[in-house]
Design a protein around this ligand. Structure first.
Ligand SMILES: Cc1cc2nc3c(=O)[nH]c(=O)nc-3n(C[C@H](O)[C@H](O)[C@H](O)COP(=O)(O)OP(=O)(O)OC[C@H]3O[C@@H](n4cnc5c(N)ncnc54)[C@H](O)[C@@H]3O)c2cc1C
Length: 1014
């Protein structure tokens, strides 16, 4: 054993002895809470339900509501608690006015255990008690998620007020150890930067720093005057780089450059942590003033792993708990080695981590009064006491706030206390021996090992299995992996996007040809494509096809069909995969083109390219599943194989709002199924279309298989829809055009071989319902994004928000404030949420709808300032909207939201369904029964619960609607390719004179003649 390890063990054992000496319940209060924690640790399902129930409880106002939720949450849990809950529910049902308040009281008390006070006065009383125990404090203000600037301003004012009160009340307090006191001001405030600016966007650190700077400077100034300390807490990974940058920027300013009483948090569970810490230290040395780092492991592990899991990106956090522990120790040493410039604070309840810090300090000769341990209020009391007795500095992190905003914090603490991997559970609930708890974490890291949590997940295991072999049984969603979104958290990626924007701008005014039968075709007419943010800028010109070019394209496609339809599906799948690789390579460039040509904000443009990549890879997987003829039934003496043929020539007509993804999705589906294609982009997004054509050319699409025809829908579009040699039309666009195509395709023309198949995806008038118990932080954030993201120009966008009477005013108030805080502007700039609408016609049409809305309903909010140039429509909200009004029935396709009031959920569902459309719909609720009901009854092709109603992901959320929203097809779904195919069955009698082959294979080679050369 090394000397360090034996010193850690010695110190750790001492802490444990003292903990045992002052044995008290681990958590400050026992009873109800202890029982629930014990049950939660032994039953994951119960734990999930319990934490969900705890989260919703403060928002339930009536006793009957509480009882209903109790029943809904726990009636299905199958454990020892069930009878208890059963009795509880029974009693509660009989006397809800007694039981519900008791329950609420119990949960409030539980929350209060972790919250030091509801207001400054309460908190100061708590701090006084701690002072008597020689424990210092840092105060944190709990609050709802900040969704508007009004809320952010309120927060800033609360911080300032708190600072003054704390300074006043603690004027005569002295430093407990009385040594090196100048490093540790008594008043210490922990600040969350996300509470001070509602529009923080990782892609736009400069914007965040500018806004946050104006809020923080007065606070820092006041802290300095009062001799107080300000700590910048660290939140989710998405905000990490901005928070670090902000800290360094402000504290380098002349005014704060020589002020030593500011600190920041480093989260050891992050893979970046060491680099960030070294960078901070280097900055601190250059600044030549001390600062503090609170080293923690990190509070958002579950959130970060979920987020990266959903995006399919590399997790920013370590996946094995001992890796975080070991990193914590490594960083402890870095901090101590740089003690001359940085003061260390260790935020941990883990005795091993604490003992390690003590031992390293000792080894390096650092006086114990020059660093401190910080622990959370309401947790690990005995450890705090032990540390005080050992003469270490201890500071308690004291949240202050009301119960409702405190719930998110409470749930985080509950999760931490019951976590399988947590130290507190191991020590206090499972009595793991000291020796075990004090082991060197480096010994516990498994080489190439995933964490318990990761490897035990069936979904992950399944994915790993299927990635290795393409099991034909697996559903495509299982074997297909989405491309991750680009993370604009990273400076690198921000710079790549900036330089792509510069390069694309340099190519403005370029000319793009048609491509017919593999040849570039130029016509006399050139159509300009303009930048909707600055209509005097021409992004490029597309050659305009007329009838002769359309005829030529049909001939080329027809001629290519014979060979392409007999090309093995594997070859066609590989073409799509090559296209996906090229899209990936040109990702930033193509995103930049979208920013200019259709006004997409950065992240929306990137999501569009990601979707195009996904479509290519997904349909490649799909054709491998569908391509081989499949035996229908195993019978002796006969074999019947079911398989598919392509339909013929496909005409693809795409919209401008997803200018590469939708065009690519429809075209790639048609190509991979063996059809030949004429691809027509929207008149507003010709350049994006031309770019996609380049991608397929580079991927090696054979001549005539994919033809690119830009031009007027009313000319070439109508001509080709009616053409006898076009067998299939794949259309996404407006209802008006869609219905015309549907009708026209029903007419059989002389010489026509096939009944035309139409794949038709049209608009929506999408509704989201907000239940009385909905989480309003989530509701506001997602509703605002769904309604105003990409200016409301997604067919999936929210346009009717249906609020239950009981919640109406509370939601409206926050909704309007949130809308008023949105960043409207030219999306070339990072972090813009609302850009221009697509063109002048759309601009005028939307303004007309706003005028109609003003007459029909109440204009509750309209942004006052939008850029003077370009087609910018101010985000607009109407209230008092009735379901029969035009603004509630007609698709507006712009940043206009109608809010409708409903008496109850029955009426809300009726209103939601009372539209011609059925594309997307959503529901915000925490009532399991109401959620189930809406899942069953909402008429929409895509129903989303407690999230935005936009942003469908290929393979995960197959997308498309019914009623007047479409013909019921699902882009990115496993039945999509079937619409591009005709099924065929080939049956053969395989017996000869009574001789019957033993078994017929389930799959066979494709029916191709002549057989392809291998
Ligand atoms: C005073 C104080 C202030 C804090 N401030 C912040 C802050 O500003 N920002 C912040 O994010 N956190 C902060 N925390 C940290 C956080 O809230 C947790 O309290 C802390 O991570 C628990 O660590 P531990 O050392 O006490 O316990 P341990 O039980 O030793 O560690 C638990 C931690 O290990 C990590 N972990 C769990 N499972 C895994 C896994 N499978 N793989 C890898 N790592 C895993 C997680 O970070 C988890 O919280 C603060 C903590 C304290 C005490």
């Amino acid at each position: 054993m090394t000397a360090l390890q034996s010193e850690i063990e010695r110190r750790g054992k001492r802490v444990f002895e003292l903990v045992d000496k002052y044995r008290e319940p681990l958590f400050s209060k026992a009873g109800f809470y202890q029982r629930l924690m014990t049950l939660s640790m032994h039953d994951e399902q119960f734990k999930t339900q319990l934490f969900r129930f705890v989260a919703v409880l403060p928002s339930l106002r009536r006793s009957t509501e509480i009882v209903q939720h109790l029943e809904q949450y726990f009636s299905d849990t199958d454990n020892g608690f069930h009878p208890l809950v059963g009795i509880g529910v029974g009693v509660a049902r009989l006397v809800p006015w007694i039981s519900a308040p008791i329950l609420r009281w119990n949960v409030s008390e539980t929350a209060r255990q972790f919250i030091a006070g509801r207001n400054p006065d309460e908190v100061i009383a708590t701090l006084r008690k701690r002072r008597a125990q020689k424990i210092g404090f840092t105060v944190d203000v709990l609050g709802e998620a900040v969704v508007s600037e009004a809320e952010a301003n309120e927060y800033a004012a609360r911080y300032l007020d708190l600072l003054d009160k704390l300074a006043r009340e603690t004027r005569n307090w002295t430093d407990p150890p009385g040594k090196n006191a100048e490093l540790f001001p008594v008043v210490n405030l922990s600040v969350k930067v996300s509470a001070l600016y509602s529009q923080m966007n990782p892609a736009a650190p400069a914007d965040a720093i500018a806004h946050l700077g104006t809020k923080l400077r007065p606070l820092l100034r006041r802290a300095r005057e009062l001799g107080a300390f300000i700590n910048f807490d660290m939140e989710s990974y998405a905000l990490k780089n901005t928070t670090l940058e902000l800290f360094k920027t402000i504290l380098t300013e002349e005014e704060f450059r020589d002020w030593p009483h500011a600190g920041i948090v480093i989260q050891a569970y992050l893979r970046d942590a060491e680099r960030d810490l070294c960078d901070l230290i280097e900055w601190g040395r250059a600044r030549s003033t001390r600062f503090t780092v609170r080293l923690v492991k990190g509070a958002y592990w579950d959130y970060e792993t979920m987020k990266s899991g959903q995006n399919g990106s590399h997790s920013p956090v370590f996946l094995q708990k001992p890796e975080s522990d070991a990193n914590f120790e490594g960083l402890t040493r870095v901090l101590f080695e740089n003690e001359s410039v940085v003061t260390a604070a260790f935020g941990s309840h883990n005795v091993r981590s604490i003992a390690h810090a003590q031992a390293v300090a000792d080894e390096l000769g650092i006086d114990p009064s020059r660093f401190e341990f910080q622990l959370l209020y309401g947790m690990a009391g005995p450890i705090k006491r032990a540390l005080v007795e050992m003469s270490y500095r201890v500071r308690e992190y004291c949240p202050i706030g009301e119960l409702l905003p405190g719930m998110a914090y409470l749930v985080r603490r509950l999760l931490e206390n019951t976590s399988n991997e947590g130290f507190l559970r191991a020590k206090f609930a499972e009595n793991v021996p000291a020796k075990e708890l004090l082991r060197d974490p480096r010994e516990l890291i498994k080489p190439n090992g995933a964490s318990r949590t990761q490897s035990s997940s069936p979904a992950v295991a399944e994915n790993q299995h299927s990635e290795n072999g393409t099991s034909l049984q697996a559903t495509p969603a299982d074997i297909f992996k989405n491309a991750p979104l680009v993370s604009f958290i990273y400076k690198d990626n921000q710079e790549k996007m900036q330089s792509a924007l510069r390069e694309v701008r340099e190519r403005f005014g370029g000319k793009y040809p048609l491509v017919i039968g593999g040849e570039k075709v130029w016509t006399d007419e050139l159509t300009p494509s303009v930048n909707p943010s600055a209509p005097n800028e021409i992004v490029g010109y597309g050659s305009e096809a007329g009838i002769p070019e359309a005829e030529r394209a049909v001939k080329a496609a027809r001629a290519a069909f014979g060979k392409w339809s007999r090309t093995p599906f594997e070859e066609r799948a590989r073409l799509l995969e090559r296209a996906a690789d090229i899209l990936e390579r040109r990702r930033y460039e193509l995103s930049a083109v979208e920013v200019f040509e259709v006004g997409k904000p950065w992240n929306e443009a990137d999501a569009d390219i990601r979707e195009a990549i996904d479509f290519c890879r997904f349909y490649a997987h799909e054709i491998r599943r569908l391509g081989r003829p499949k035996l229908t039934q195993q019978v002796p003496g006969e074999e019947s194989y079911h398989h598919y043929w392509p339909r013929g020539v496909a005409f693809v007509i795409a919209p401008w709002n997803f200018p590469i993804a939708i065009l690519c999705g429809m075209a790639s589906a048609a190509v991979v199924t063996g059809n030949t294609v004429i691809m027509k982009p929207s008149e507003q997004s010709i350049i994006c279309g031309a770019m996609l054509m380049q991608v397929f050319e580079e991927a090696g699409v054979p001549s005539g298989v994919l033809n690119f025809l830009s031009g007027h829908g009313s000319v070439i579009g109508a001509h080709l829809v009616d053409h006898k040699d076009v067998d299939l039309i794949a259309f996404t666009g407006s209802r008006e055009v869609g219905l015309r195509i549907w009708q026209s395709a029903g007419v059989t023309r002389p010489g026509q071989r096939e009944l035309k198949r139409v794949i038709c995806e049209m608009g929506g008038k999408n509704a989201m319902i907000v239940d009385t118990d909905a989480d309003l932080d989530e509701t506001i954030t997602y509703s605002i994004y769904s309604a105003f993201g990409y200016q409301g120009q997604k067919c999936s966008a929210l346009s009717r928000l249906i609020l239950l009477e009981e919640n109406y005013y509370r939601v409206i108030e926050r909704l309007i404030l949130a809308a008023a805080s949105l960043r409207v502007g030219n999306p070339e700039e990072p972090g813009i949420m609302v850009g221009p609408v697509i063109d002048e016609a759309a601009y005028r049409r939307i303004l007309e709808y706003i005028e109609i809305g003003k007459k029909e309903a109440t204009l509750a909010y309209q942004a006052k300032e939008v850029p003077p140039q370009g087609y910018f429509i101010p985000p607009t909200i109407f209230t008092d909207v009735k379901p029969n009004m035009r603004i509630a029935r007609e698709e507006i396709f712009g940043p206009v939201l109608s809010v409708i009031k409903a008496r109850d959920l029955d009426e809300a569902i009726t209103i939601a369904n009372s539209t011609d459309y059925a594309l997307t719909g959503g529901f915000f609720s925490r009532s399991p029964a109401n959620i189930e009901r809406v899942k069953a009854q909402l008429e929409a092709g895509n129903v989303y619960i407690n999230r935005s109603c936009t942003g469908a992901i290929v393979g995960r959320h197959p997308f498309g609607g019914f009623k007047m929203s479409g013909s019921g097809t699902k882009a990115g779904g496993e039945d999509y390719l079937l619409h591009f195919l005709v099924p065929r069955v080939v049956t053969e009698n395989t017996s000869r004179l009574g001789l019957v082959p033993e078994k017929t294979p389930e799959y066979r080679e494709e029916f191709l003649w002549p057989k392809p050369q291998r």
